[in-house]
Design a protein. Structure first.
Length: 666
């Protein structure tokens, strides 16, 4: 009779009692932690385990970083001969967690009705403090979604207040059950014109991994063919069935909105869906238009859209988001969860969870001190406790935490603001680590190690090791899912612990060094993406503009503008092409006319769609384009510009001018 639980898959066998992984009759060398992780995944084959669940199971009672989990996953893949790019055993759910995907045979212990329990702690034992009401609000919205009522929830609050932590806790609570699809798209501050629909495209990539490429292709081919044309990483799998990119004017913004909305609703009809768009204060206008369109639909849908943003940043940046949230909530098309400061009780609860029940600490007194110091700002609370640990004011003795001195003396030398605290942390880094973190900030809030290595002119392996060490120490960085580039480069990815840390570090980088690093990263991305550079054209334009490489900046602004035009993202297209036109005057005179005409043609189409045929700016653009056509225009371009100018004249009731232009077209 079987006396110990065992799992079998392919030629492998895991014996829980012997704590051994076997391949056939040969033992496979793995660490104890890696084996516990493997048995955890095998306990629910096919189901998603969130990172939070794995931390609570494998590292119960300990605080570790994402890098520790990434290292164990890598160890298991090496032991099993698995490939992260084409997994047979362990699959990554981007930003969510991992699942075991191979068929598994489980033999339980005699008399046992359940698989072996690997941890006595609950995956919810370390819950988010002070946010029970807000979590309940998200849970209530999900209940309605499962009943077929679409929900749009706006999570708002200042930087570092805990928006991401709240939504992530909600996702961790519900992910991994197989009856919910979750996708996340993040808006990024690119210090210039951004990529149209960037968070939507990122979310679609995650959904494709969950739904499966064939199923995703079928849905997009039927319901959103013009979106499939914008996804080269997916369209190439469609082969001959993939639609060609539409010509300007053939597709309207409304059609693009209808297409992607219908596709998302079809996918949500199969399995309820949560779509999380983060940092909407940096969003492009076209993504915000999609949110408004989704919220305004009255048809039933098992779709929940969560948008998180900082209202103050939206106000300062002049974002269209300023009025959107208010309109949606007033119309009853969205609900808002506004996060405020934590009270002293919540701060005390955080300390109890972080330091443990055996800590020799007067929790109420310490909690009151930290609350006074931080006013209950969530990120500042965490950072202040981190700083107390780093300075030795809080220290471990035999595994238990204690204070080195009276609470009244803790404020000596402690930073008085979050920005000062970030700066102090930067100053405490070793010179090489500081240079690494500064280059990482230039690479982005989230970045591929390959990009960072290019900036530092270092090897990917050495850069990865240094990033992993900082992440394991909780210093600025945390591990992200690996990133694959079109040239086959597959490298780990990291991100900053919070946008506040990223922005704080970025401000420390001298402009000349920033320009140099942007150029190196841009050249490496240019090499990696090759013919697919159009997918990151706006990012490349930003990098080369900072690097003062006007030739490349102009090339990628034009490319990004064409991409935005093909997606009917007219505001983004206009801004990108205007920026490109500003650079034309810096080119040699013999090239200016040709370059300016190449930019005015798509700009005229975008202005027509955004402002109407009778707009003064449309008229000016086409008049200038006609002048340039006389110098360097081709017959097809002359006809296109003349037709555009005829539209302007006719709609302005300038019949004589329209008649003259019509004669030229005959």
């Amino acid at each position: 009779m079987q006396s110990t639980p065992q799992w079998q898959f392919d030629s492998f066998r895991v014996d829980a009692q012997e704590s051994t992984l076997w391949r056939g009759d040969e033992p496979v060398a793995v660490t104890r932690k890696a084996l516990v992780l493997l048995m955890t995944l095998l306990g629910r084959p096919g189901s998603l385990f969130t990172k939070a669940e794995l931390f609570e199971t494998v590292w119960a009672g300990s605080v570790v970083s994402d890098a520790a989990l990434s290292r164990l996953i890598h160890e298991l893949r090496v032991a099993l001969g698995d490939d992260a790019g084409a997994p047979r055993y362990i699959a990554t759910a981007h930003r969510l967690g991992f699942r075991f995907i191979a068929p598994v045979v489980f033999a339980p212990a005699a008399g046992a009705g359940e698989p072996l329990s690997l941890s006595a702690s609950s995956s919810r034992s370390k819950r988010l403090v002070g946010r029970d009401e807000q979590l309940d609000g998200l849970d209530d919205a999900l209940v309605k979604v499962r009943a077929g009522q679409r929900q749009v929830v706006l999570v708002t609050g200042e930087a570092g207040i805990g928006k991401t932590a709240l939504v992530q806790a909600f996702i961790d609570r519900h992910a991994g059950h197989g009856d919910l699809r979750i996708a996340q798209g993040r808006c990024v501050d690119q210090y210039g014109p951004g990529e149209a629909h960037l968070p939507i495209l990122e979310a679609l990539e995650q959904l494709s991994a969950q739904v499966g490429t064939p199923a995703m292709l079928a849905v997009l081919l039927r319901y959103a063919p013009n979106w499939l044309a914008q996804l080269p990483w997916l369209a190439q799998d469609a082969g001959a069935a993939a639609p060609a990119a539409a010509e300007p004017g053939e597709v309207t913004p409304q059609r693009m909105l209808r297409e992607i909305t219908q596709a998302l609703e079809v996918l949500a009809a199969q399995v309820p869906m949560v779509l999380w768009l983060e940092d909407l204060h940096w969003s492009d206008p076209s993504s915000l238009a999609l949110i408004a369109f989704l919220a305004g639909r009255r048809d039933p849908a098992r779709l929940m859209l969560i948008g998180s943003f900082r209202p103050a940043d939206a106000q300062l940046g002049g974002s269209p988001l300023r009025g959107l949230g208010l309109r949606l909530t007033q119309r009853g098309q969205a609900s808002e969860i506004e996060l405020g400061l934590l009270d002293a009780a919540a701060v005390t609860m955080y300390l109890q969870q972080r330091l443990g029940p055996t800590a020799r600490v007067a929790f109420d007194e310490l909690g009151a001190f930290v609350h006074r110091r931080t006013e209950g700002h969530a990120l500042f609370v965490v950072a202040t406790v981190d700083d107390l640990v780093a300075r030795g004011a809080l220290q471990q003795d035999g595994g238990d935490w204690s204070l080195r001195g009276p609470v009244a003396e803790l404020g000596i030398g402690l930073a008085g603001s979050l920005l000062r605290l970030v700066n102090d942390r930067i100053e405490r880094l070793a010179a090489d680590d500081r240079r690494l973190v500064e280059a990482a900030a230039v690479a982005g809030a989230d970045f591929s190690v390959a990009a960072l290595a290019a900036a530092l002119q270092a090897t990917v392996a050495d850069t990865e090791e240094r990033c992993a060490r900082l992440a394991a120490q909780g210093q600025f960085l945390r591990s992200r899912a690996s990133v694959a580039w079109p040239d086959g480069t597959l490298a780990p990815a990291y991100g900053f612990l919070h946008a506040v840390y990223w922005q704080g570090v970025h401000e420390q980088v001298p402009l000349s060094r920033r320009a140099d690093w942007h150029r190196r990263i841009g050249l490496r991305q240019e090499q990696a993406y090759g013919a697919q550079c159009s997918t990151i054209a706006a990012e490349l334009a930003m990098r080369f503009e900072i690097a003062r490489d006007n030739e490349r900046t102009l090339r990628y602004l034009e490319m990004a503008g064409a991409g935005a035009l093909s997606r009917c993202a007219y505001p983004e297209c206009i801004e990108l092409l205007r920026n490109a036109l500003a650079l034309v005057g810096e080119r040699p005179a013999e090239q200016q006319a040709r370059l300016e005409l190449d930019l005015l043609l798509p700009l005229g189409a975008a202005l027509m769609a955004a402002q109407g045929y009778a707009s003064n700016e449309v008229d000016e653009s086409y008049r200038r384009a006609l002048q340039l056509c006389a110098v360097c225009g081709r017959p097809g371009e002359l006809e296109r510009v003349t037709r555009g100018q005829w539209n302007v004249s006719f709609l302005r009731a300038d019949l004589a001018g329209a008649l003259a232009l019509a004669a030229k077209l005959l």
